[in-house]
Design a protein around this ligand. Sequence first.
Ligand code: PLP
Length: 477
Amino acid sequence: MNEDAKHERFQIITPPYRIKVVELLSRQQMEIADNRERRSQAIKKAGYNTFLLKEDEVYIDFLTDSGTNAMSDNQWAGMMLGDEAYAGSRNFYNLDKAVQDIYGYRYLVPTHQGRAAEHIMSQLLIKPGSFIPNNMYFTTRRVHQELAGATWVDVSIDEAHDPESWHPFKGNVDLKKLESLIGEVGVEKIPYMSIEANVNMAGGQPFSMENLVALREMCNGYGIPVMLDGTRLVENAHFIQRREAGYQSRSVREIVREVCSYTDGVTVSGKKDALVNIGGFLACNDKDLFLEAKAMVVVYEGLHTYGGMSGRDMEAMARGLYEMVQDRHVAARVNQVEYLGHLLLEAGVPVVVPVGGHAVFLDAKRFLPHIPQEQYPSQALSAALYLESGVRGMERGVVSSGRDPVTGEERRPKLELVRLAIPRRGYTHTDMDFVAQAIIKVYETRDRVRGLKMVYETERLRFFQARFRPIGGQLIS
Ligand SMILES: *Cc1c(COP(=O)(O)O)cnc(C)c1O
């Protein structure tokens, strides 16, 4: 295995498509690009939370790669073939077949997006008082596990929390931590092992096949099912192909299939890998779980042959599933992210390494060492980047981490990051050059960025709607 991702050489990989339609930016967006005063008003009005900006106030939008993908001509053609029958839409059967072909699970329950699948899976499998081990956490997945009465337990390897570690598989599970959790609380209190592919909050970091196989064996020994968050599985598969011995000549599609074969079920947000704007699903091999999920989806989402999606959405996703596993597509997608990371590393800007699959993560602790965690350095940095350039990123630190549901105290994650997530097939390398320049400019004047005070928050998933005020009145003094 390549133990040190540091020695991978960066080389451009060009994408397997041409651009034939473009989205024009609005007049307001071009004003935002050119006028700092307009950006200053906008970010103030948004309470220094980039989630609360209007799209017309954003020039380059790296808030998320969720639902912001550019669909192909093939997918758009599929949209015209939407069968909007309430029951038994032909597009559902196409999707059902695609999920079986690509992932290999026996049963599919469609949902309108990933968190709906997480809700159903959590409600069906978790009893109050349970413990759910995870390789780090994802915001919506954890909140649904907690709402169902579970305590979330992090069993990721220590390197996952170290933004400077070049470990090639920071998404790995620490089996010793899992074993000691089982010893502590008892196997009957653990309804399933929750494992996320290409861990978002760790910086878009993969697990290795070797680690997954060992995890599977351990869980088999205890009779614990393994449930995957497969939202970003193709990027994980790409890293396995690149970094793990024995996988260089295997296709991403084969690797995706192999990963799924070691798990019992999955929740997926179609808005990421699957190259669509909305959609998701739950899939599994257990018939009883499937029947229960199918019964529940009609209560919360819609009939089990559409689950909150229109026929055309299901068709676009079915086609997207085949496109997403093409080796060259994934390689070029990850390569574009790495290109931005490479420009920043060359300039000495602190970013999480290795650069992840879907986003470049700025390390706010090292970027703004003068701002303590209680003054929300990542939030301040994302606001400052917007103010200086019109580029929108997202806080992934103490604000996103929220409060402990029992004590009400703020959780203090080791990672204090700003995420710049890159939509698939939507931006060019010129955009990456521009964003890199903007970040480098903020980095050169970082001493002048001030911390924030939170003035409003919601009880759950507070990062979406929280509002802030700069300490001392000015974000950049
Ligand atoms: C986006 C995401 C989800 C949630 O999916 P939604 O479609 O936004 O509800 C779950 N897990 C991961 C890893 C994600 O990136």
